[in-house]
Ligand binder design. Structure first.
Ligand code: GLU
Length: 312
């Protein structure tokens, strides 16, 4: 029986609008603390070219760590598998901004999706340029992926994190001491904070993720990455995309996903759908509480999972 995706998404969005306990909005970046937890949005881009939306799917939000997926894709394009000499590929089991593991592991972060790993990726993408050059390149890339030139950076969010990002500064300086950051830490962080401050809505984000559902192809023609690279990025999203709650996300939802403290999640069903959800309230692990719940419900109702044969 054909899925009535429109009805499923509308019902999920309606259900989420009524939930009372919506988690806590991130407040360690002051600008993010201003966002109303009442928002919930969802967008699904399907492999056959449809776009289905529910709730506040066209309200822009701060993509934060979801940017790490796009930054990783760019860095792999620049240095290929050499990246893995500087960043690992294992789940961390620690919080997103943890510093303890770095000492044991000689300044090599566990994976590119924890903050330390993403800061190394930002260092690679800087490639001797000024932060504005690197961030311009990332912005162009995200616009190309989503086919939308309106995507921009929220400067107030970038400034807010620059004022308060002491932990990220500590991580960058610490890795610099191990020789794993090659540029001045303030330049790397300038670039990192701006990439996190990119604003997109669910619709734009679901469009930007399509190359990962299409084995690396851009739906408009041509290739963004090789099939092998697309599969590997999906594998990292599944194992590392939700920090120390990645196992729980795989258990509950069963598809690759990357969350951000702005409350967004990009989730990929290979061959079927690129999904973006957004609800600003976070659970204790720093992942969107209702976003995770909505994806769990969507996966259950569609049968979408990387652990089972495709539904009819
Ligand atoms: N800009 C945030 C930070 O570095 C990103 C964290 C996240 O989205 O999980 O703290």
């Amino acid at each position: 029986m054909a899925l009535d995706l429109d009805a499923i998404i509308a019902e999920i969005a309606d259900g989420m609008a009524k939930v009372e306990h919506r988690g806590r909005v991130a407040d360690y970046i002051p600008e993010l603390a201003k966002v109303d937890p009442a928002y919930f949005g969802m967008a699904v881009a399907t492999a056959d070219g449809r776009m289905l939306c529910g709730g506040h799917a066209t309200t822009p939000f701060s993509i934060q760590s979801i940017s790490k997926v796009f930054a990783l894709t760019l860095a792999l394009g620049k240095v290929g598998d050499q990246l893995w000499n500087r960043v690992g590929r294992e789940p961390s089991g620690n919080a997103f901004n943890s510093i303890v593991q770095l000492e044991h592991e000689q300044g090599i972060p566990r994976n590119p999706f924890i903050n330390a790993g993403a800061i190394v990726v930002a260092d690679v993408n800087l490639g001797g340029h000024q932060p504005r050059v690197a961030i311009g390149e990332l912005l162009r890339f995200v616009r190309y992926l989503s086919g939308d030139d309106g995507i921009a950076i929220n400067e107030a969010v970038a400034a807010s994190e620059t004022m308060t990002g002491f932990r990220n500064m500590a991580l960058a300086n610490y890795m610099r001491a191990f020789g794993n950051i090659h540029h001045a830490p303030e330049l790397v962080l300038g670039s990192y904070f701006h990439q996190c401050a990119i604003e997109m809505d669910c619709r734009q984000l679901a469009l930007a993720g399509r190359y990962l559902m299409l084995d690396g192809r851009h739906p408009g023609g041509g290739r963004v990455v090789s099939p092998r690279r697309a599969r590997r990025i999906n594998a990292l999203m599944l194992t590392c995309g939700h920090y120390d709650a990645s196992g729980d996300f795989a258990f509950r939802v069963g598809i690759p996903g990357k969350s951000g403290v702005g409350g967004g999640i990009l989730a990929i069903v290979p061959g079927r759908a690129s999904i973006a959800v957004w609800s600003p309230g976070l659970n204790a692990s720093g992942n969107s509480q209702l976003g995770t719940r909505a994806l769990e419900e969507l996966a259950q109702r569609t049968g979408w999972s990387v652990f089972s044969p495709p539904p009819d």
